[in-house]
Design a protein around this ligand. Structure first.
Ligand SMILES: Cc1ncc(COP(=O)(O)O)c(C=O)c1O
Length: 405
């Protein structure tokens, strides 16, 4: 039988692996199901529950039979809530035609890429980057261009590196702040340096993923890139959602705001490829965006206490080196100092994946290797977990490191 006689799959799929985080999630769950006491710091979702007033809005929506298809770009009520939110929190002004609601930021990213990328388009992805960006770019037939943002530069994209990466094929630049996996967030001055470069390249779209906006520490204030440089308004799409701030990961609501030309293209993609987000979740998201916001600060304060606790513990462990991130709920320490060492089983640790496997097998602590984010030798640790869990995990990691020779 010749190869053409067998059904073929999308060739782009050969270019990337399934999300490494999903693989760790499945493995961790299997080990837990086998009765192993895993301390799971691999998960990127808040350990708090959805607030009561948000749940009640969903119950009310069900009881009011608000259970039918909505417009594919979202309900009018949620679009208005998003417009108010962007005005209130970010100083940005949009009309309903410039807002699109989707089933989370993850599908929105995918759909925006379908709307703006062509075969061979280049997308600038600062690394370390969230695992899903490169695969989405490739599925659109485009090319990710990774720009390394080293730890000593706070894992932040430098203006000169951005300038050097842009060429005539560049279609899109992705900026995620506060970022996954590093927690690094750009202040106004840092954004300004990037916008000066972007202004010089009018053929480039800009996408800002601001999903961790409300998880920032001390007196850091999240700023949206397009608020820093309104000259980029006509070619910037802002993505945000309710998953992280409002503890609604399972509800699946995200939103995009941008110029109408892009939103029309996005709508075309959605109208054929997505249907609409859940009507009940949209009602709940209205309550999230319009209800009380004060608890967001309390939540951020709890994350900050965990961050500070962890940094102190990790920095005291031989071989680890940790940055102090401005936001999100991740640390991304370097494990360069343990590479080359041997485990009690006689295996050599050659990279962060070896180190993370050792900790999973030997200390029952689940983490994510830096390779999942295109950056080594670091690993991601999520502190969306109680202080007790973090304390126990640190004890186990420390003991496992001390067993290395
Ligand atoms: C940077 C980043 N963007 C987007 C998402 C996905 O968000 P959503 O739950 O809205 O799909 C995540 C989730 O981990 C993320 O870390």
């Amino acid at each position: 039988m010749s190869q053409t006689d067998t059904p073929q799959l999308n060739k782009q799929l050969q270019r990337f692996q399934p999300s490494a985080i999903n693989a760790i999630f499945s493995l961790t769950n299997r080990l837990k199901a086998e009765g192993i006491d895993i301390l799971d710091l691999s998960i990127g979702e808040p350990d708090f529950n959805t607030p009561e007033h948000i749940k009640q809005a969903a119950i009310d929506a069900i009881q009011a039979d608000n259970t039918k298809y909505t417009p594919s770009d979202g309900t009018k009520a949620l679009k208005l809530a998003v417009i108010n939110k962007l005005n209130r929190d970010n100083g940005l002004s949009y009309t309903p035609g410039q807002i699109v609601i989707d089933s989370g930021v993850k599908p929105l990213l995918f759909h925006v890429m379908q709307a703006v990328l062509d075969q061979g388009s280049e997308v600038i992805v600062p690394t370390p980057c969230w695992t899903s960006y490169p695969g989405m770019v490739m599925l659109a037939g485009a090319e990710p261009v990774f720009v390394s943002c080293p730890q000593e530069k706070g894992f932040k994209l430098q203006a000169e590196d951005l300038e050097a990466a842009i060429n005539k094929n560049t279609r899109l630049v992705i900026l995620n702040s506060p970022g996954n996996p590093t927690g690094s967030a750009y202040d106004t001055e840092e954004l300004k340096a990037l916008t000066e470069v972007l202004l010089r390249h009018p053929h480039v779209w800009v996408l800002t993923d601001e999903i961790y906006e409300h998880i920032v520490f001390s007196d850091f204030k999240h700023v949206s890139l397009v608020a820093v440089e309104p000259g980029l308004y006509d070619r910037t799409v802002v993505l945000n959602g309710v998953s992280k701030a409002y503890c609604m990961t399972g509800w699946r609501i995200g939103y995009a705001a941008g110029p109408e030309s892009l939103m029309q293209a996005l709508l075309k993609v959605l109208s054929q490829g997505a249907g609409c987000p859940s009507s009940i979740s949209q009602a709940a998201a209205v309550a999230a965006l319009e209800g009380p916001q004060e608890y967001l600060k309390d939540q951020a304060h709890i994350y900050q206490q965990r961050r500070d606790f962890l940094i102190k513990r990790l920095d005291a462990m031989p071989g680890l080196d940790c940055n102090v991130p401005e936001g999100a709920f991740y640390l991304f320490p370097s494990c360069a100092g343990v590479l080359g060492k041997h485990t009690p089983q006689g295996n050599t640790l050659n990279n962060s994946a070896d180190f993370v496997s050792y900790l999973l097998e030997h200390a029952s602590v689940a983490l994510v290797p830096g390779s999942a984010f295109n950056y080594d030798p670091n690993f991601r640790l999520s502190y969306a977990a109680s202080l007790t869990t973090l304390e126990n995990a640190c004890d186990r990691v420390e003991a496992a490191i001390l067993e290395l020779s």
